[in-house]
Design a protein around this ligand. Sequence first.
Ligand code: FPP
Length: 259
Amino acid sequence: MSETSTASKWPRHVAVIMDGNGRWAKKRFMPRAAGHHAGVKSVRATVEGCARRGVEVLTLFAFSSENWKRPAEEVSSLMNLFVQALEREVDVMHRNGIRVRFIGQRSLLSDQLQQGMADAERRTQANTGMQVVIAVAYGGRWDLLQATSRLARQCARGERDAEQLQEADISANLELHDLPDPDLFIRTGGERRISNFLLWNLAYTELYFTDVLWPDFGDAELADAFTYFNERQRRFGLTAEQLEKQSAGKAGSAMREPG
Ligand code: FPP
């Protein structure tokens, strides 16, 4: 099946931990910030590659709740990079019909960055192409805590019955409440961890880890991740036999929806 065929099992939603910028820079005797700058090129390649392959949502982990603990100088250079990258990259994405949005604890960010994020969201909100979700000051536990607090307040006010809570109530209160769960998770940089990314949403996601450092991640590496995804059999708790029966019933239909 050709790589661009929509009949193959392409992921609708791809989520990425972009790791390895610091090591990439260190190998070149450059400051860590240079690695983050070089990483912007890979962001562009990944956005383009996913859009070209018909991905509907791409979620990028740009800065975690834990990243605040990095040296102040690195945090501030990353924040400056986000402001600059927003100005340049959002223009390109907007021209390509991409909708941009952000998840995370925005109140912790500078007014300038919050303003840039709000502008980017406003400018691109009517676009109908791929959605790019950028997680900044985001943590999966924070996301779950927010959802839980909201539900607890509704229960306390008598608007909900705590005994009747469903999984869907939690999903509906998370940052990605209106989007499908990621089908494919990619982490570069050699670590095999989720690192407090989309903890709830990644429950059934196919996990792909590569040793490639983020600034070296380009279209060929993205293609490898898609090939890996295409070779997985997503069972969602069913047996292989049950799945075979299901897909025999669906023969001829596109295979984008998980069985
Ligand atoms: C992790 O590498 C990377 C980050 C904390 C920052 C990611 C940011 C970018 C790629 C910049 C552009 C982003 C957008 C969305 C415009 P690391 O520093 O932990 O690398 P290391 O593990 O080698 O130290």
